[in-house]
Design a protein around this ligand. Structure first.
Ligand code: F0G
Length: 474
């Protein structure tokens, strides 16, 4: 059969509230054209993130009921530990409430001024946690990884020559660890090959530097290895995952992605000295080491999620559905980052809306129009997110993308068809779209709370905006 179906039936449903364009216009004005400020009830299809938005299975809900909430030594911790250790056999596995909590603990121990942490591409929270300690976060993805329309099977690969050159230049003693983000979210959800993981490990061993994985989407990365690296075609995903982690000395993990749960994470490692320091910090900020910021029921749901996420029928459907969206957008003439990532399709808004200059935020303009036209919420990853400099000036980001992140096991093919139709219609009249301007912004991480106005907005709208803003700020 050529038709790939969702490998599940739906036992419990959540209604979607349908809205009109007129209603959405009001919601958007009230949200100051910032999609993070919308009530999710007013969103028809929510593609803001794949993080914490998965549907749990009947078995996971059954696990939730089994959760043991003892403060210390809970059997739910044992189940969690066994499930993680089976795939990622590290000596120390420390649960945290989400990925960034694991990052915060890790970099508090090993970061600091004068240190460098190298990665294919740091995710924003990873970079922020490194920089918070005074250390520098360096991205060393292969050059192909930065060209949106270039096809390459493993665009998340580390640039091995630059990795070694950097270590030689700055000295291995100043590099407490090297990371690989699998898949490379900030680079378009692109995978890293097993060959590249091995090469990275070889360089790390040569200079005696530990290798850590940012493991959020490890199962999706393993599926790409099975599909695209011929020597792994007949190896099970489970064995591929185990091999990936056999080259690592530790990992940070957000269970909100490939553990198929709504909250959770962990920090794992082999180094006993770092692990002891990590547990001490964990007790300060997260909790006792057998629950670390999670309830027993959460640990149970993670354990079951880890069994389900390496199911090859699930992964086949998961990656095929992302590719389905990418293929149809390409056929409709919409420029996207190629090939499709594991968890998301990224539209090249700078290219699609070439009449809008980067400092008028083509990504934001497209995301806003997607909401107005069809109630679809997506995320700008471009000049709004990265353009504001430390000194308060603004500069265009390397790319202006809109990420359509697909929650796991949540939407069916007809939901995705709706997204394709909406974007096809917008693309047909793309020249009518106008840029945006920022009328208020915080000093950092402005994309979450900045307030915008369309460049062509009516005067009354501007006046209303200013009045509302003044009323709120007095
Ligand atoms: N690393 C990567 C590669 C991520 O994508 C994320 C989160 C984190 C770390 C942090 O994990 O959210 O559990 O603290 N990414 C989400 C996203 C937020 O939308 O891409 P967290």
């Amino acid at each position: 059969m050529r038709t790939i179906i969702e490998p599940f039936r739906i036992k419990s449903v959540e209604p979607i509230r349908m809205t009109t364009r007129e209603e959405r216009t009001t919601f958007l004005e009230n949200a100051h054209y910032n999609l993070f400020a919308l009530d999710s009830e007013n969103v028809i299809i929510d593609l803001l993130t794949d993080s914490g938005t998965s549907s749990m299975s009947a078995n996971q809900w059954a696990s939730v009921m089994r959760g043991d909430e003892s403060y210390a030594g809970s059997p739910s911790f044992d189940r969690f530990h066994k499930a993680v250790h089976h795939l990622m056999p590290f000596s120390h596995i420390i649960p945290t409430h989400q990925g960034r909590a694991a990052e915060k603990i890790l970099f508090s121990i090993i970061g600091g001024p004068g240190k460098y942490i190298l990665n294919n591409t740091h995710f924003d929270t990873t970079r922020a946690n490194i920089e918070f300690t005074g250390a520098e976060a360096i991205d060393l993805v292969i050059p192909e990884g930065k060209i949106p329309d270039l096809e390459h099977p493993f665009k998340g690969n580390m640039d091995i020559a630059r990795l070694e050159a950097f270590i030689k230049e700055k000295g291995a003693e100043n590099i407490p660890l090297v990371m690989l983000t699998i898949t490379n979210n900030s680079g378009g959800g692109q995978p890293v090959s097993m060959a590249n993981i091995k090469d990275t490990k070889y360089i790390c061993m040569k200079y005696d530097i530990p290798l850590f994985m940012d493991a959020c989407r490890f199962a999706e990365n393993a599926w790409f290895i099975k599909m695209r690296e011929p020597e792994y075609a007949n190896v099970s995903v489970e064995a591929i995952v185990q091999e990936i982690f056999s080259y690592a000395d530790g990992c940070t993990m957000s269970a909100k992605k490939d553990a198929l749960v709504n909250m959770g994470g962990w920090l794992a490692m082999n180094n006993p000295v770092w692990a002891e320091a990590a547990r001490n910090l964990l007790i300060l900020t997260e909790g006792f080491p057998t629950y670390g910021g999670l309830a027993g029921r959460d640990l149970e749901a993670i354990a079951t999620g880890l069994e389900e996420v390496i199911d090859e029928d699930y992964l086949h459907y998961r990656i095929s559905s992302t590719q389905y969206l990418a293929r149809h957008l390409t056929e409709a003439g919409i420029p996207i980052v190629k090939p499709a990532g594991g968890h998301a399709v990224y539209i090249d808004a700078r290219n699609m809306l070439s009449h809008i200059t980067p400092l008028h935020y083509p990504g934001q303009a497209l995301a806003v129009e997607m909401y107005l036209h069809a109630g679809i919420r997506a995320c700008e990853i471009g000049t709004v997110m990265f353009g504001l400099q430390m000194d308060g000036t603004e500069k265009e980001a390397p790319m202006d993308l809109v990420r359509l992140a697909i929650p796991r096991r949540v939407y069916t093919q007809s939901h995705i068809d709706y997204v394709i139709e909406a974007l096809t219609e917008i693309n047909a009249r793309k020249n009518e779209l106008k840029g945006m301007k920022i009328v208020w912004q915080p000093k950092q991480l402005r994309h979450f709370s900045a307030r915008f106005l369309p460049l062509n907005c009516e005067c009354s709208q501007k006046e209303n905006f200013i009045k509302a803003f003044q009323a709120e700020t007095v």
